[in-house]
Design a binder for this molecule. Structure first.
Ligand code: PPE
Length: 305
């Protein structure tokens, strides 16, 4: 699906026309992957468009930059406001939001110390990432032949641009083989996450999701899911999962901002019961919560105007 344009993109402090939001072909990050980004969603609520867990996403952008050693020339509060302004400028009830901080035009070479950091925030409508019926029908997963990079190669806890070469290799391999999405294993063989989602597996009635140390991004949807699941009385643990745990799981789902919550119906052609009751219960509350319809999670919805 081609990107659907919106009127404005925020660039270094101002809203510019969508078509004018351009960068030079010698922009540093285009050559070396030296940037950090976020994926956020704004949803319609009764009070207007609200950005889901915006503060946490912007804080994670700064953490990613800190891991990379990049200085963002704005404050957390400034980028929170900039995101709200960009969302409001679309006139849309909801949209996907993509902030990116990158080393701009002016320097080349691997030394990033002299580079200037530019920041942009773009919004556009982005529908169901893994298909409209991802909760009910589930997706077919394949364990990737690509290993998730480890902490001393490309820190997976930072959402850096370059990290996503690894995810793209795995995603395309899975799609070409007829699957919907790939599961990435860490160099030690334990389950890390998917190409753009965290993973949960239910074993012996316990919901388990791998830790950051296993190579997972500290997912904000993962965190929302854990809160919802615990409030439902489920036993939720952050712990390691082996490949075989997935094959014999009672249910599996993946979650992320773009993907929201999606059931898994098979892993490497081993059927997984789908849709699982815990997955369905959590997904239904999550999809209400993002729209500000669940009082106890209303603080997650940060109004754009
Ligand atoms: N792991 C990875 C590797 C990842 O990219 C994401 C988000 C997650 C876990 C879930 O994180 P969170 O969104 O905080 O729950 N992936 C973003 C980018 C997807 C893309 O295709 O681009 C997203 O979902 O926006």
């Amino acid at each position: 699906m081609p990107i659907q344009s919106t009127p404005k993109i925020w660039m270094n402090g101002e809203l510019v026309d969508w078509d004018k939001a351009q960068i030079h072909v010698l922009t540093h990050t285009l050559h070396y992957g030296t940037g950090v980004f976020e994926g956020i969603r704004a949803y319609p609520t009764d009070d207007g468009p609200a950005v889901f867990r915006l503060t946490e996403h912007i804080k994670r952008l700064f953490n990613s930059a800190h891991i990379l050693g990049m200085e963002i020339p704005f404050t957390v509060d400034e980028l929170i406001q900039a995101t709200k302004d960009t969302v409001a400028s679309t006139g849309l009830p909801g949209c996907y939001v993509r902030p990116i901080a990158y080393y701009g035009y002016g320097e080349m070479g691997l030394n990033t110390l002299p580079c200037r950091t530019d920041v942009a925030i773009a919004c556009w409508p982005w529908g169901a990432y893994l298909g409209d019926d991802a909760v009910s029908k589930g997706v077919r997963m394949k364990i990737s032949s690509w290993t998730r990079h480890d902490h001393n190669t490309m820190p997976p806890a930072a959402k850096t641009v370059g990290n996503y070469v690894n995810s793209s290799l795995a995603k395309v391999e899975a799609l070409k083989a007829g699957y919907d999405e790939a599961i990435m294993l860490a160099p030690n063989g334990l389950v890390a996450e998917c190409t753009g989602e965290n993973i949960f597996a239910v074993r012996n009635d316990i919901m388990i999701t791998p830790p950051i140390s296993a190579g997972a991004l500290e997912g904000i949807t993962q965190n929302s899911v854990m809160t919802i699941a615990r409030d439902l009385g489920y036993d939720v643990r952050v712990d390691n999962l082996a490949r075989s745990d997935l094959y014999i799981a009672e249910e599996i789902f993946v979650c992320g901002t773009a993907a929201e919550i999606s059931s898994v119906n098979s892993v490497d052609d081993r059927a997984v019961p789908c849709p699982g009751p815990k997955t369905q219960a959590i997904a239904s509350i999550y999809l209400d919560a993002v729209k500000g319809r669940v009082d106890k999670y209303k603080h997650w919805c940060e109004l754009a105007v």
